[in-house]
Design a protein around this ligand. Structure first.
Ligand SMILES: [Zn+2]
Length: 487
């Protein structure tokens, strides 16, 4: 595990030296520029950005060809410019996931637009299912077999990244001073439930997927979730500049319709933005093993019902948020980790599946995704885990379809502070369970769904411990249910 914090600090010091020389030169040029430079030295400035990125008709969504749009897909986010630091960019996109080379390219494009380091850029996907998937490495591998276009519209993906980067560049030109930060939270009622149903023998006996038609499974308890929706509101002299929300659940109500849409989470977000007029950026928490299954039998009408429940919590968090407090500490840190690959990853086997024209296209896609990971990271998946600290607010930016227990463990590491988590950064890992979840079985930890080893928990928790600046780790596995009951 390598730590980049010292390097970042050194870079910041160098920037400070450059800025001082620059300011001296400017001051000798005349008063107007000097004044502009002084105003730029606010403790924190920010701007938001948003672009619409609807897929093209006939081109692939994650599972089916695109027929029509029934709701806008967007890429949106915020640019933060703390005094004496380079910019931090947080971007959230209405796609299934952004994986492998696509993460690298997307971050590079945004970093260039914001004149910052790619390690200070976050690319998050909300994980909607009637939305495109984005993985340039898997697309290249599938192209070798002539089937890339069934899954990836590479031209659209790159164009969307370019448009997002252009929006970031424009945002850099309208930064405004942040005068304070407000924190709010509210419980979301009757949306999230744990997907993994554990029997008396400690094994998963059924998975309660997004749409669960079995009444008996729906009647079982919610299980381990994080019911809290957390919110940060950035205030300026002229009112709120942006609102960020965090909530852990799979965001889809039903899918495979060919109709691109941001699903219930995106609907709630968009309705709130329309009501408040304040740019609203939502991040999916560690919701890998969480979905709406307990409260959703798959009836299309449930989409609006679930959206309304999330919207209600967003409104409550907004209305009850604490008064604004000036921000003293803005600190971005990154720990680069190396997650151990699952022992089932095997290039020869994946090549065989890819070459087999009789194999299902989803199996061939799965093989390409695993091969992509192996090609890029033969010795373990190298990933940046990020952390943004705004005074007592700590936000962790995690990879994969992470289990909710990681979020609960992070909060338990700093019980006095406000700890938020977004997962669904690097998507190439697939699901990341807790160590004790793997022997329990079930879809999420299967060889199909998880590309990393159970020991990933050790690596991620150590990164979380460092980034939260605490001595003692808390283990996500401690939160995993080990004994349940049958219906
Ligand atoms: Zn998922």
């Amino acid at each position: 595990m390598r730590i980049f914090m010292w390097r970042q600090r050194l870079a910041n010091t160098m920037r400070l030296v450059h800025a001082t020389v620059f300011m001296f030169l400017l001051s000798s040029l005349g008063g107007a520029q000097w004044m502009r430079r002084v105003r730029a030295a606010e403790p924190l400035q920010m701007a938001s950005f948003e672009v619409r990125i609807d897929p093209r008709v006939g081109k692939p969504l994650a599972y089916d060809p695109m027929v029509e749009s029934t709701g806008p897909l967007s890429c949106r986010g915020i640019v933060l410019l703390p005094r004496d630091q380079s910019a931090i960019v947080l971007a959230a996109v209405d796609w299934l996931g952004v994986a492998n080379e696509a993460q690298t390219v997307f971050k590079q494009k945004i970093a260039r637009a914001a004149h910052t380091d790619p390690q200070r850029v976050l690319v998050h996907a909300l994980h909607q299912h009637d939305a495109p998937r984005c993985d340039l490495t898997s697309a290249k591998i599938l192209a070798e077999y002539g089937i890339a276009e069934q899954f990836y519209d590479t031209e659209y993906l790159i164009e969307s990244m370019d448009r997002a980067a252009a929006a970031v560049e424009q945002a850099m030109g309208r930064l405004q001073p942040v005068t304070g930060l407000r924190y709010g939270r509210a419980k979301v009622q009757q949306v999230a439930s744990n997907r993994r149903l554990i029997g008396p023998d400690g094994k998963v006996f059924a998975t309660r997927y997004t749409a669960c038609r079995d009444e008996k499974l729906r009647a079982l308890p919610e299980g381990v979730i994080d019911p809290w929706l957390q919110m940060l509101i950035f205030e300026s002299q002229s009112g709120p500049l942006a609102v960020l929300t965090f909530y852990a659940t799979h965001p889809q109500s039903y899918y495979r319709t060919g109709q691109s849409n941001p699903d219930f989470i995106g609907m709630a977000r968009d309705q709130r933005q329309a009501t408040t007029g304040v740019p609203h950026v939502h991040f999916n928490g560690a919701g890998g093993n969480v979905g709406a299954g307990k409260y959703n039998d798959g009836a299309p009408a449930n989409r609006a019902v679930l959206a309304e429940r999330v919207r209600k919590a967003m409104r409550e968090a907004w209305e009850t948020a604490a008064p604004p407090e000036p921000i003293q500490v803005v600190d971005w840190s990154v720990v680069t980790v190396r997650l151990p690959l699952g022992s089932h990853l095997n290039a020869t086997v994946h090549r065989q599946v890819l070459a087999d024209e009789g194999a299902s296209t989803l199996d061939r896609l799965g093989a390409a995704k695993k091969l992509a990971l192996l090609q890029r990271h033969p010795d373990g998946v190298e990933i940046d885990v990020g952390r943004l600290r705004l005074d007592d607010q700590w936000i962790l930016w995690m990879p994969g379809e992470l289990f909710v227990e990681y979020q609960l463990a992070a909060q338990a590491m700093r019980p006095q502070d406000r700890v938020m988590m977004a997962a669904y950064g690097e998507y190439g890992t697939g699901y990341i369970g807790t160590r004790v979840a793997y022997p329990q079985g079930g879809y999420e930890v299967s060889e199909r769904a998880s590309n990393v080893a159970p020991e990933s928990e050790f690596v991620l928790v150590e990164a979380m411990r460092q980034l939260l600046e605490v001595d003692k780790p808390v283990w996500p596995s401690e939160f995993t249910e080990t004994r349940g009951s049958l219906p």
